[in-house]
Design a protein around this ligand. Structure first.
Ligand code: LMR
Length: 397
């Protein structure tokens, strides 16, 4: 049975961490997977999370199954982060949220739902996009296409081309947008641009699917949701796939959500029934612990405040590290202007390094970067930045 099995290619992001872990080099640097690291290079458990876990340890009374869509209270809490505390969608019967195993789980449920219930409409991804989008949606058997997003010459969003391409997409297709901290480019739409995109999608009858995994890493929890909120005010129907992996540091708890807004309560009931079917035949019901942490923090004013401060500290460290990287690249006389790195938002920097540069950095310098040239800025520390810049100098000149 297994003799005929051929070896699958490694995952473009997680495969690098596997390679990194197996690398014996003492000063190896991992800037691949999007995981926050502190100044010591550690991925900390947030204090607010630890405190919430203490409360849960005392108060939790059962490990019984959760509903297929998770706790309704968790869903409401997700919608409050997404849409804001006084938004009608918090209690609107048109909106449903299902707790999913991470943001990836949310995307897969969205893919399965669209493929099964909507006869597999074409999904349009930004070019470039998160390396796993293609894999997730291909596995769900959705036809894929792409729209231009990024201008490598200016390191900004190529909005004219993006709008022109979306203007050609037929009604009934789906467009995936990154809510903030575009992965991998770090280049986001302005509020005016969100407005324009929203209006175009609505006019053309295209469904927006927003991947929102980095809320709080660009400017703040509220600020980063402005684009999504603008879209939600324009479009009557939308899907949002969100995650608390990054902003709560709950990577291994797999705590995400899919939120679907339909045009009316009747449609929503039907959508929810189909969503449950997708979940039941996939993982049955979600893991509870991560969502319980998020809710405990959310419901406790002190913990919420503490979480907010910790998230701000993570964001500030990433932003100051961007400046450190730019300064050090200059100090090491690396050719080129890297000042654009400080304008990028979120965890990643789209460095402009080519696949050839990346290959040499990995093979000869034990510096692990995603093939697209995407660098996880949070992986850079005062201790490794000089070695990193020396390696980049050696490959770039
Ligand atoms: C990333 O882009 O590195 C993160 O979203 C983690 C992942 O699963 O790829």
């Amino acid at each position: 049975m297994f003799e005929q099995v051929t070896v699958a290619p490694p995952d473009p992001i997680l495969g690098l961490t596997e390679r990194f872990n197996a690398d014996p080099s003492p000063d190896k640097i991992n800037l691949s997977v999007g995981v926050y690291k502190d100044a010591e290079g550690k991925t900390p458990i947030l204090h607010a999370v630890k405190e919430a876990e203490k409360i849960l340890l005392k108060e939790e009374t059962s490990k019984g199954y959760k509903p297929m869509t998770g706790d309704p209270a968790y869903g409401r809490c997700v919608r409050e982060y997404l849409f804001g505390e006084s938004h009608p969608y918090l209690d609107d019967p048109r909106a449903v949220t299902a707790h999913t195993p991470g943001g990836t789980g949310a995307l897969r449920v969205a893919g399965d739902y669209l493929a099964k219930v909507h006869n597999a409409p074409t999904l349009h991804l930004s070019d470039p996009t998160w390396a796993n989008h293609k894999g997730v949606f291909t596995a769900a058997e959705l036809p894929l296409d792409s729209y231009p997003y990024f201008d490598k010459t200016t390191n900004t969003v190529d909005f004219a081309k993006m709008i022109e391409a979306i203007g050609q997409i037929p009604a009934g297709d789906v467009v995936l947008l990154h809510g903030c901290c575009h992965n991998p480019t770090g280049a986001d739409l302005s509020n005016e641009q969100w407005q324009q995109v929203g209006q175009l999608l609505k006019e053309r009858g295209i469904l927006p699917l927003v991947d929102f995994a980095y809320q709080g890493f660009a400017e703040g929890v509220e600020e980063d949701a402005q684009g999504l909120r603008t879209l939600a005010n324009i479009c009557d129907e939308l899907i949002v796939c969100s995650s608390f992996s990054k902003n709560f540091g709950l990577y291994n708890e797999r705590v995400g959500a899919i939120t679907i807004v339909a045009a009316n309560a009747k449609q929503q009931a039907a959508v929810t029934s189909q969503l449950k079917l997708c979940i039941r035949t996939n993982y049955s019901n979600p893991p509870a612990h991560g969502a319980a942490i998020v809710q405990t923090v959310f419901n406790d004013a002190d913990l919420r405040h503490r979480w907010h401060d910790e998230l701000t500290a993570m964001r500030n460290r990433i932003n100051s590290t961007r400046q450190l990287l730019v300064d050090k690249l200059a100090e090491h006389n690396v050719s080129g202007d890297y000042s654009f790195i400080t304008a990028q938002r979120g965890m990643f920097s789209f460095s402009g390094l080519t696949p050839e540069h990346v290959k040499t950095l990995i093979d000869e310098h034990a510096v692990y970067i995603v093939n697209s040239g995407r660098i996880n800025v949070a992986g850079i520390t005062e201790k490794n930045v000089d070695r990193l810049c020396q390696a980049i100098k050696a490959v770039v000149g």
